[in-house]
Ligand binder design. Structure first.
Ligand code: NAD
Ligand code: DAU
Length: 355
């Protein structure tokens, strides 16, 4: 048996592949375009592992994807591949439309062609699982209930609009062609191998480097944080038992204002790696210009996943954030590798131009 994972050299996809192969002998074919966000170092432990086949390529390349499907005959395709950073989507939305919308369309067409040719039994058990985000639902006011699966889509950034479009395509391929799809909409992830353009790894690394910790606007925007390995376990559970055509929200009931998250990281660093000058890492916090169109609050109602499939997260925010900070302290080689070249260009474009 084989599964194909797309985007498996990125943050969540790579965690998924590593966790999958830690608990199963089923082969994983990992298709990734290795954009700035894809990093083979993350998969170094699988270098000589015959259960993992890495393929460098684009989800939109129908000839390549068609070949992979026919060669490996997977029982499932799990689509993580995407442009994922909101700030980058504001600077340059084109790549987001290309990968998230056009790429997903092409991938769906390749998968549909493969699936249509399967014998009836395999057709019935095949799954296309699309990994999406809570950002498609838009923003919440302080008193609003968390997003349920029935919440209207109201995306506000080029990133979330492109993900919303991809979710609609996936839905349509089920209703029109019968493709057995599953969609998961997850809240903010954090954990090992998180590219340091995102808030949590950026703050950990900037703190250690003695740089300022940039907080957009008043820092009171709320995100609902989930440890990445809990996201991976939710995807495995949905793949195993989710009903085709259904969407499942994934979240950890961990709503936190950004300022609180940053202060929590600083407090853990004060304890694990005290500053040599005796100061506090929180002294490095600096409020900077807000993100245009910044969504104020996200919160996920994950009761459907718990009720129907019995999934619950294993980590609280407190346990997960401590593990994460410790992981960055212990993995300087990985950090040094990803913070060269393209990463430095991004940081100067996003932050230093402003300073
Ligand atoms: P990421 O940016 O870390 O990784 C994306 C991966 O996709 C990279 O390895 C990149 O090389 C690859 N990729 C990009 N374009 C590609 C293409 N055209 N063809 C093949 N590969 C391509 O993203 P992530 O944070 O790991 O997110 C993975 C998925 O989960 C995305 O679909 C994202 O929308 C979704 N998601 C992310 C979060 C989060 O908090 N990070 C939360 C919910 C949902
Ligand atoms: O909600 C799920 C989404 O979470 C995923 O779909 C996205 O792929 C993922 O990137 C993430 O989006 P966010 O925009 O919420 O994540 P980010 O880490 O960029 O920002 C988290 C919050 O922190 C957000 O309110 C913006 C703020 N922020 C971010 C950065 C990078 C800052 O205040 N300063 C920063 O420097």
């Amino acid at each position: 048996m084989t599964i194909i994972v797309t985007g498996g050299a990125g943050f969540i996809g790579a965690n998924f592949v590593l966790d999958w192969l830690a608990g199963s002998d089923e082969q994983v074919v990992n298709l990734d375009a290795l954009t700035y966000a894809g990093n083979l170092d993350t998969l170094a432990s699988l270098k000589n592992d015959r259960r993992h086949a890495f393929v460098h390529g684009d989800i939109g390349d129908r000839a390549l994807v068609g070949r992979l499907l026919s060669e490996y005959q997977p029982r499932a395709v799990i689509n993580f591949a995407a442009e994922s950073h909101v700030d980058r989507s504001i600077h340059g939305p084109g790549d987001f439309i290309q990968t998230n919308v056009v790429g997903t369309f092409n991938l769906l067409e390749s998968v549909r062609a493969y699936w249509s040719g399967l014998p009836d039994a395999a057709k019935g058990t095949f799954r296309f699982l699309h990994v999406s985000t809570d950002e498609v639902y838009g923003t919440l006011a302080e008193q609003d209930p968390p997003f349920a699966e029935s919440k209207r889509y109201e995306p506000n950034s080029p990133y979330s609009a492109s993900k919303a479009a991809s979710d609609h395509l996936v839905r349509a391929w089920h209703h029109t062609y019968g493709l057995p799809v599953l969609t998961t909409n997850c809240s903010n992830n954090y954990g090992p191998y998180h590219f340091p353009e995102k808030l949590i790894p950026l703050v950990i690394l900037n703190a250690l480097a003695g740089k300022s910790l940039p907080i957009y606007g008043d820092g009171l925007q709320v995100r609902d944080w989930l440890y990445v390995k809990d996201h991976c376990s939710a995807i495995r559970r949905v793949l195993e038992a989710g009903r085709p055509g259904e969407t499942y929200n994934v979240g950890g009931w961990n709503e936190k204002p950004n300022m609180e998250v940053v202060r929590a990281i600083c407090a853990i660093l004060d304890e694990l790696q005290p500053k040599t000058d005796g100061g506090a890492y929180s002294d490095q916090i600096s409020c900077v210009q807000d993100r245009p169109g910044h969504d104020r609050r996200y919160a996920i109602d994950a009761r459907k996943l718990e009720r129907e499939l019995g999934w619950k997260p294993a980590e609280t925010f407190e346990t997960g954030i401590r593990k994460t900070v410790q992981w960055y302290l212990d993995n300087q080689d990985w950090v040094n590798h990803v913070t060269s070249g393209a990463y430095r260009e991004w940081v100067s474009k996003q932050y230093e131009a402003e300073a």
